[in-house]
Design a protein around this ligand. Structure first.
Ligand code: CO
Length: 166
């Protein structure tokens, strides 16, 4: 396994739309293992493939943010789609591609997603709280949407002023 460099704003790839995964190969599985390793090392709640330079519709989430315990396998979502939402909640949100930047974003309080697992089986998962937020944040990444796209004008300018070079 290896730790991959995280792509930071303003790298243009972050604003591109990721492509559907059509085949789960051993090579892809190894890449996903690297994504998981990278997420743990950088202490992210989740990580999208585009954040390590691959335009594939995949994201991973640290299960300890979803009621799991350390040692549980990371959640892997391939070709994810939001199928149901409920409620709304406003909270501060960060992103590994924007070190130092936090933006208050309104998100659905509860989100159900449908995705494929590493064996190509479809499953659904309901996320509440931070997990619901992570689902929406990571699916945004797969569509080239970033946290700063949720605010305009002065708020965006002020948020970007806190962007750290690291
Ligand atoms: Co992010």
């Amino acid at each position: 396994m290896s730790i991959l460099p995280v792509v930071k704003y303003p790298q243009p790839i972050l604003q591109e739309r990721s492509l559907e995964v059509t085949e789960i190969t051993d090579e892809l599985k190894a890449f996903i293992e690297d994504m998981i390793e990278t997420m743990y090392v950088t202490e992210g709640v989740g990580l999208a493939a585009v954040q390590v330079g691959e335009l594939k519709r995949i994201f991973v989430v640290d299960p300890t943010f979803a009621g799991g315990t350390e040692g549980d396998p990371a959640f892997v979502f391939i070709n994810p789609e939001i199928i149901e939402t409920q409620g709304e909640v406003k909270e501060e949100e960060g992103c590994l591609s924007f070190p130092g930047v936090f933006i208050t974003i309104k998100r659905f309080a509860k989100t159900t997603i449908k995705a494929m697992d590493l064996n190509g089986n479809e499953f659904t998962m309901v996320g509440e709280g931070i997990l619901s937020r992570a689902f929406q944040h990571e699916i945004d990444h797969l569509n080239g949407q970033l946290i700063i796209d949720h605010v305009g004008g002065l708020k965006r300018k002020l948020a970007l002023r806190r962007l750290r070079e690291d």
